[in-house]
Design a protein around this ligand. Sequence first.
Ligand SMILES: *Cc1c(COP(=O)(O)O)cnc(C)c1O
Length: 457
Amino acid sequence: MKNTSRNIVLQPSEMPDKWYNIAADIGGKMLPPLHPGTLQPLDGASMSALFPDELIRQEMSAERFISIPDKVRELYSMFRPSPLYRAVNLEKMLGTPAKIYYKYEGVSPAGSHKTNTAIPQAYYNKMEGIKKIATETGAGQWGSALSFACNHFGIDLQVFMVKVSFEQKPYRKMLMNLWNGKVEASPSIITQAGRNILAQHPDSPGSLGIAISEAIEMAVNDPATKYSLGSVLNHVLLHQTIIGLEAEIQFEKAGDYPDVVIGCFGGGSNFAGISFPFVRHNLDGKKKTRFIAVEPTSCPKLTKGKYRYDFGDVAGMTPLMAMHTLGHDFIPPGIHAGGLRYHGAAPLVSVLVNEGIVEAQAIDQLECFEAGLKFAQTEGILPAPETSHAIAATIREALKAKAENSPKTILFNLSGHGYFDMYAYQLYQENKLTNFVFDDALLEKIEGKTHPVVVSR
Ligand SMILES: *Cc1c(COP(=O)(O)O)cnc(C)c1O
């Protein structure tokens, strides 16, 4: 079938066979992760309690392209290449001269982009003989993606799921269980980190930072268990670039190129996935695309947080990373975009924000739900509440194009579907959701909890 303007199709044989590693192009600007005890740059050996060697190698690599193993490409081919759609109905409804495209990552088995890194992470653990992995999950998308991948490779999985999401989204837990993932609501009583939080805050709604502490503790205490993270780290962002690399080929086929690329922002992986391959052409001076990372106003690390060395978790067990942060003990309000409730930001994206290459926007929960519903009513797909942040920003851009009567090409990443989020959409339709005001007084406390970024070492 010929490509139509609504659906730009790639054949399986056109799937990229390498990931793009942006560290090759901005590595000089990166600050190394630090050992939390010595505050010295971390070496690979001290990461090996947590990760298999190949993932550590990728985390520190300066190679521009890294080959995707055949076995990983074979599993990718269950749902990749993913479609690039033109949102013709949404454009009409908005009356905008802008062309809106979206890359649909909800086609993966677990329903979001997270499967793109879950598969290679499980694969490399399997290759190095690992029998069990511990991880955290916010809204449940990462936990389900990793359950799917671990189940495929015969690896046991323990998931710590942020308690507020555990209660809001029982079917996500069921899905993880169906793929043989074990799930605990976090904070839990099965780790010391969880028990410490519960002793102080028995009603804690949990946070990604707490769940990460629990999973790391489990991995550190058991030599046969490794840890896995679904966002933030360089190797996770690397795996997600398959999204933008495919989109680049699809835009070539459509004879178009994005003026604006938009992604919602939790830890930064789906945003990096859609944007980094296009950022590359800005870095080499060939293009002037704008890149917009969209976060919730209730958890505004990019727009209000500080660029500091901070921990990735609440208990302070991870290495210190140079990133935009709200302080590692920040507990965001229980918004329904659970995947965006993280205090920090990927170091690679933080650098691009500092350089002015990536813009950040914060949008309120209600505007996002309204945008998500508009999208479902025009394009048919119900987006995840996380994704609705990207859609809200896309609608803002499309309306700006209309006001200025300037056609432009917008690309956003539809990071996942929202078919496990019906309860949230029900609350929205019943007018039971509110916006949250971020308390700026918290910003003054960040300094005391983080470490300054020493630029000249
Ligand atoms: C996890 C998740 C996000 C946020 O995480 P990033 O690492 O920032 O991409 C966004 N959308 C969906 C659907 C998710 O599952």
